[in-house]
Design a binder for this molecule. Structure first.
Ligand SMILES: Nc1ncnc2c1ncn2[C@@H]1O[C@H](COP(=O)(O)OP(=O)(O)OP(=O)(O)O)[C@@H](O)[C@H]1O
Ligand SMILES: O=C(O)C1=C[C@@H](O)[C@@H](O)[C@H](O)C1
Ligand SMILES: [Mg+2]
Length: 179
């Protein structure tokens, strides 16, 4: 259903590798909205990649930048926003997202997320001896927060990116008709 027009903002939340960037871009294209990615915005503004920010300012420094960036992106209209995997840790971010858009949780098993992120060095939290174990821990801690923030929860483990897009368009159309 490309070109389908729905009002408002769609915000994607979920762990690293859930597909927030990939699926988010496709969703924006299909709905005629502008795509933003909070991680990319932060990299643009600082001029460095995320691992460098973690190295110099620590995770706390990154989270401050992330909070500022999310607040600013939440003033935009008619966008799809892929948020950083840890954005929902901060209650202020959760409130901003809930207030300004329709929040979609892309859920996937730690095993699937591990497969998807294994080749990529741009995620400082996964630069450990056992990234699968780290993903299991992060999933256990964050899954309740993603759920509490979301208007819609979808399981991405068994879907291709294209399959995810079709499912989302169907669910969003359904939610839109009810509202
Ligand atoms: N449903 C899917 N099925 C198969 N592969 C997928 C799916 N969704 C995403 N991928 C692949 O997984 C990798 C990670 O996806 P992506 O970068 O979109 O995740 P992300 O949620 O933005 O992660 P991060 O929080 O680290 O930015 C990409 O290579 C992407 O093509
Ligand atoms: O899950 C997380 O805490 C993170 C996910 C990425 O999107 C980046 O925002 C960063 O690597 C931290
Ligand atoms: Mg991303």
């Amino acid at each position: 259903m490309p070109g389908m027009k729905m009002p408002g903002n769609f915000y994607l939340v979920g762990l690293m590798g859930a597909g927030k960037t990939t699926v988010g871009r496709a969703l924006a294209r299909a709905t005629g909205k502008t795509f933003y990615d909070s991680d990319h915005e932060i990299e643009e503004r600082t001029g460095v990649k995320i691992p460098i920010i973690f190295e110099i300012e620590g995770e706390a420094g990154f989270r401050l930048r992330e909070k500022e960036t999310i607040a600013e992106l939440c003033t935009k209209q008619d966008i799809v926003l892929g948020t950083g995997g840890g954005a929902i840790l901060d209650p202020a971010n959760r409130a901003e997202l809930r207030k300004h858009g329709f929040v979609i949780y892309l859920n996937a098993s730690p095993e699937e997320l591990y497969q998807r992120t294994a080749h990529d060095k741009n995620r400082p939290l996964l630069q450990t001896a056992d990234p699968l174990q780290r993903l299991r821990e992060l999933h256990a801690i964050r899954d309740p927060l993603y759920r509490a923030t979301a208007d819609l929860i979808v399981d991405t483990s068994k879907q291709s990116v294209q399959g995810m897009l079709s499912l989302l368009l169907k669910e969003l159309e359904h939610a839109h008709r009810k509202s």
